[in-house]
Design a protein around this ligand. Structure first.
Ligand code: ACM
Length: 768
């Protein structure tokens, strides 16, 4: 790929400086393959129109898309005409013989008279139109815009530029999915991998098997009907709705790749049709996140079922690729079943992994006989799979390396790097998700071609995909927060030439993208730029003054702050170096881009004795020995992105950091009872169980270490007869000097899980 322009050269040189990229560079995401400037600008305004070639009905939708996007985001609604008018025009030309670009590519020229976009195919024209829309929305303003005279030649680096959405764990409406597809289109992403079936729900109507959606689409949440928990949760997409989504995507040049997960993650299907499971028994649709034990059977009747399901799937989805999962199938049920074992031996297969290989190959042959191609998670390699299968590498990149070396096509979607259910930052105000955080910078730095591959093997890398699992994303607000702006980083990873990757330049192009999000009501995360207000807590508690440091994850932008209660704006003091404050005071700070737009909404920190002694459970680390940690949000709380609670399902133990204890008289805990709905498969034995002295367990507070002196034991209320949020309060013995605390829940591990919402140490008169 050629990266010809001086512009890019300057861009790369700028990377070393922590300043905005070339202020005149158009804020395009993803960055085009080639861009060069002429001189001057073209003014585009309400009189600008779009000219479509006569007879190009196929691209009328593309022209209409541009017009409607401009209306919503720029207040301009160019008319669509068949011939060039006198006024400035955007001319769209699709020419199958154009030599200027490759598949999905386009050339875009702006001169003093108008804009011309030429492509070989419809997708290329669409991508060119999106680039033009971005050129016309370089800021948050409405009305006329000056677009620089320039020449762009652009084409994608990869053919598979994907985003997966899990609609099984939590369910999204058709309108919500269409909004997501719009954003994919605006980022030149072209594969929507739709995870439609799982243990917790079957979401696609299959007319031959109505129980799949009558029963399989609904689960009864633990604690249903109590404390705001709904009586049942679920939903499904009718075939008509699926056709609508597929058509909506196709109009935006996105292929929908459906996933029907097998042989594991099958509990909702087995709950609907137990005869296609292994045990013959009917489980309920699972409410447990993680790895559930239910597998499909391997008898002919079960394959007939899967073939019939796939018949309807293939009729709905024109995609060449059909995803059949293959992940996380724990083999306990197959091992325990004499019939399955007999079949395995009759087939001459050495173990259950080989049986899964045989299973997947059988499904692959069925798809191939219908002109389709199988794609599956990297476990499909474990039992040996036909080289025609495409492998989606999620257990890191090693599956992709092994598969490409064996000649499989591969898609990189490794956890945790491209798992958008990982938090974006460690901030205490970050919403639900998995830990560790995967920052925007981390996603931006992802390289889809593993360095272990030689050139021939690297040619098997189709591209990269981010996965939006939704166990901990109860609403679309959570999904949007998790996806944006990391989708911007993904789009550049997937589309732009590898050599043009430039983090600082990317940051410089984000303010315009944030404005586009705001214009479309997209709830993007500002975590990358949010001010962290840091100080030495203990020094402040002892001395009554604090040295305050402001920073953010990206180390980018201008932070302005106030100490007088006013909202920080650009006229507030600019943060340049740590400053000293006298308590009590409230520090407020916000981050701004060079163009004056706000990169991160104001954050505040109250600095007084009470606040400094009160910590959220989200800022209290795990006890040593177990890193596992999630932030969760129970459904009834999910009307906004907070509150969220940190849990470790293996060990309910957290540390309150060292604090001067002189004068601390009590401990006050805002606690929450949560469902212990985690299927841990063979890891269940790792859950730490502790003795308790009262029926429902206690919260035990130890001094210094988790084996240290017990300072307080706070019995937990009866879960059957108490609300899920409760407070615990106890006197503490007098202590001197600094001590950390270790807080342990001793509740039985076959009952609910407990989390710390907030822990406050209360000053007062202590008993000696
Ligand atoms: C997966 O995350 N189980 C593919």
């Amino acid at each position: 790929m050629r990266i010809a322009s001086l512009f890019l050269f300057l861009f790369l040189c700028g990377a070393a400086m922590r300043v905005d990229a070339d202020a005149t560079a158009p804020p395009l995401i993803p960055l085009p393959a080639e861009l060069s400037y002429g001189s001057g600008h073209l003014r585009m305004d309400a009189s600008t129109s779009i000219v479509l070639q006569p007879n190009d009905a196929a691209n009328r939708a593309t022209a209409g898309y541009l017009s409607s996007l401009l209306r919503r985001t720029r207040g301009l609604s160019p008319r669509i005409l068949a011939s060039a008018p006198e006024v400035v025009a955007i001319t769209l030309v699709r020419d199958p013989h154009a030599t200027v670009v490759n598949a999905e590519g386009y050339a875009l020229d702006v001169d003093a008279h108008g804009v011309r976009i030429v492509s070989r195919d419809d997708a290329g024209l669409f991508h060119g139109v999106i680039t033009l829309w971005q050129l016309m929305t370089p800021d948050a303003l409405h009305g006329a815009v000056q677009v620089p005279v320039l020449h762009i030649r652009d084409q994608p680096r990869f053919v598979w530029r994907g985003l997966m959405l899990d609609s099984a764990r939590h369910f999204q409406s058709v309108a919500e999915i269409e909004r997501l597809l719009d954003q994919m289109a605006q980022h030149k992403l072209n594969v929507f991998h739709w995870h439609l079936t799982d243990d917790q729900g079957w979401r696609i109507q299959i007319k031959r098997y109505p129980e799949l959606t009558r029963m399989g689409a609904w689960r009864t949440p633990p604690d249903a009907g109590h404390d705001g928990e709904p009586e049942r949760y679920g939903g499904f997409y009718t075939q008509e709705q699926i056709r609508q989504i597929v058509a909506y995507a196709a109009a935006r040049h996105i292929t929908v790749v459906p996933e029907i997960d097998m042989p594991g993650h099958a509990q909702a299907a087995v709950a609907s049709y137990p005869q296609f499971g292994v045990t013959g028994k009917r489980p309920s649709v699972s409410v447990d996140w993680g790895v559930n034990p239910y597998l499909y059977n391997v008898d002919d009747g079960s394959f007939d079922f899967m073939d019939h399901v796939l018949d309807e799937v293939m009729a709905l989805f024109p995609s060449k690729y059909i995803h059949v999962g293959g992940d996380e199938a724990v083999k306990d049920q197959w091992q325990a079943s004499p019939e399955v074992q007999a079949k395995m031996h009759a087939l001459g297969l050495k173990d259950e992994d080989a049986l899964q290989g045989w299973f997947i190959n059988r499904i692959g042959l069925y798809l191939a006989a219908h002109g389709r191609q199988l794609v599956g998670w990297d476990e499909i390699l474990d039992g040996g799979v036909s080289v025609d299968a495409t492998v989606m590498s999620w257990r890191g990149s090693k599956g992709a390396i092994k598969a490409a070396q064996q000649g499989h096509d591969v898609v990189l979607s490794p956890a945790p790097d491209l798992y958008f259910d990982q938090l974006q930052s460690d901030r205490v105000d970050e919403t639900a998700g998995r830990i560790p955080a995967q920052s925007l910078a981390h996603v931006y730095a992802f390289e889809p071609v593993p360095k272990e591959l030689d050139a021939a093997q690297a040619a098997h890398v189709l591209g990269a995909q981010a996965n939006m699992w939704t166990e901990h994303m109860p609403t679309m607000k959570h999904v949007e927060h998790a996806v944006f702006p990391r989708l911007d980083a993904l789009s550049e990873v997937d589309w732009s030439p590898a050599a043009s990757r430039d983090w600082n330049g990317f940051l410089g192009r984000l303010p315009a993208q944030f404005a586009r999000y705001r214009a479309q009501g997209i709830g993007y995360a500002d975590s990358t730029f949010a001010p962290d207000i840091k100080l030495d807590r203990n020094a402040a508690l002892v001395g009554g003054t604090a040295q305050v440091t402001l920073s953010n994850q990206a180390g980018y932008g201008e932070m302005h702050y106030t100490l007088d209660g006013r909202a920080p704006d650009r006229h507030a003091p600019l943060y340049q170096a740590p400053f000293t404050v006298k308590l009590p005071v409230t520090v407020r700070a916000a981050t701004f881009a060079r163009d004056g737009s706000m990169l991160a909404a104001p954050r505040q920190r109250v600095l007084d004795r009470t606040s400094l002694l009160s910590l959220s459970g989200n800022e209290m680390p795990n006890c040593p020995g177990s890193d596992f940690r999630l932030r969760v949000q129970p459904m009834p709380d999910a009307t906004s992105l907070a509150p969220v609670y940190s849990i470790n399902v293996f060990n309910a133990c957290q540390l309150y950091p060292a604090t001067p204890m002189d004068g601390v008289a009590r401990i006050h805990v805002d606690a929450i009872r949560l469902e212990r709905n985690y299927a841990l498969a063979h890891d269940a034995k790792l859950v730490v169980s502790r003795p308790h002295n009262t029926p429902f367990g206690e919260l035990v507070v130890h001094q210094d270490q988790c084996t240290g002196l017990v300072l307080a034991t706070l019995p937990l209320p009866d879960p059957e007869h108490s609300v899920r949020r409760f407070t615990l309060d106890a006197a503490l013995p007098a202590q001197q000097g600094g001590h950390p605390l270790c807080l342990i829940y001793t509740a039985p591990i076959d009952g609910p899980l407990y989390a710390l919402d907030r822990v406050a140490l209360i000053p007062g008169t202590t008993k000696p």
